[in-house]
Design a protein around this ligand. Structure first.
Ligand code: ADP
Ligand code: MG
Length: 255
């Protein structure tokens, strides 16, 4: 497997009225094609900043990000972004919401429309295509948000605390749901979360960031003995709690 994304010496300083905020320092890691990578770190350590830099929306003050060996300059359609809020438009039907990313990219062709409809069908949303977001559960809305991102066929998916707004039970179910779709579509994904369990359950590798300025403290390759790995079955694996304890210690959480 080759590295689809390379992050070299990324640093970020924000200028604010109170002076300079050093958000990230000397971040280095790569993401392999098809890999699911999580980034965990304390609140305010620069996780969202890092994703914004990777997405090309925010220029870093130092370093560079390469996608397939090419420097990312500005917002790239090769990168799909999913946030904590699903940002569905309440006045648009599910189908029209799913077309939104394509519309923004001025890429709505008959073929693209067929693809969108096929994805709605594959992922059990066909009967809701003329419904409005308010008629769907939080979990279903996140599925729609993911499909909207996937129909633009991004090379890599960025998920910023994408499950944090959901209650615990729903979050576990949505973890499984979104994971299955990402795997079926063969996507590479980076998930930012402050939830240690979620990071282990979802990913092949966990990158732990220090408190601000965020630096890479450690990286864990997650190897779990379960036959058919899903986020839910991962949580049952005997190794799970060892990873949890290690990362918990690494994060040095105090009350
Ligand atoms: P996280 O997602 O890990 O909680 P963020 O990336 O949102 O952290 O923020 C990292 C630090 O940078 C925080 O101290 C935050 O207050 C600061 N920050 C974020 N965005 C801006 C901005 N636009 N201007 C100034 N400071 C910012
Ligand atoms: Mg954040």
């Amino acid at each position: 497997m080759y590295d689809v994304l390379e992050i070299h010496n990324i640093g970020m300083k924000y200028q604010s009225l109170d002076g300079e905020i050093n958000a990230l320092e000397d971040i280095n890691f790569s993401v392999r094609d098809g890999e699911f990578l999580s980034i965990v770190g304390p609140s305010g350590c620069g996780k969202s900043t890092l994703l914004s830099i990777i997405s090309g929306l925010l220029p870093a003050t130092k370093g560079r990000v390469l996608l397939n060996g090419e420097k990312i300059n500005g917002a790239s359609r090769k990168i799909g972004y999913m946030l904590q809020k699903d940002h569905l438009f309440d006045w648009r039907t599910i189908y029209k919401n799913v077309l939104l990313g394509l519309e923004i990219q001025k890429n709505v062709s008959p073929k693209a429309k067929d693809h969108a409809l096929a994805m709605l069908k594959t992922y059990g949303l066909d009967e809701f295509r003329n419904a409005y977001p308010s008629q769907l559960s939080g979990g279903m809305r996140q599925r729609v948000a993911l499909i909207r991102t996937l129909v633009t066929d991004p090379r890599i998916l960025l998920l910023d605390e994408a499950f944090s707004a959901l209650d615990y039970q729903t979050r576990l179910a949505v973890n499984d749901d979104i994971y299955a779709i990402i795997k079926k579509e063969n996507k590479t994904a980076i998930l930012v979360t402050h939830d240690i369990s979620e990071s282990i359950a979802m990913s092949d590798r966990v990158v732990v960031l220090s408190k601000r300025p965020g630096t890479v403290k450690n990286t864990y390759q997650i190897r779990l003995s379960c036959d058919h790995r899903t986020p839910l079955s991962s949580r049952e694996a005997p190794e799970f709690r060892h990873y949890f304890q290690d990362i918990w210690k690494e994060l040095d959480v105090h009350v």
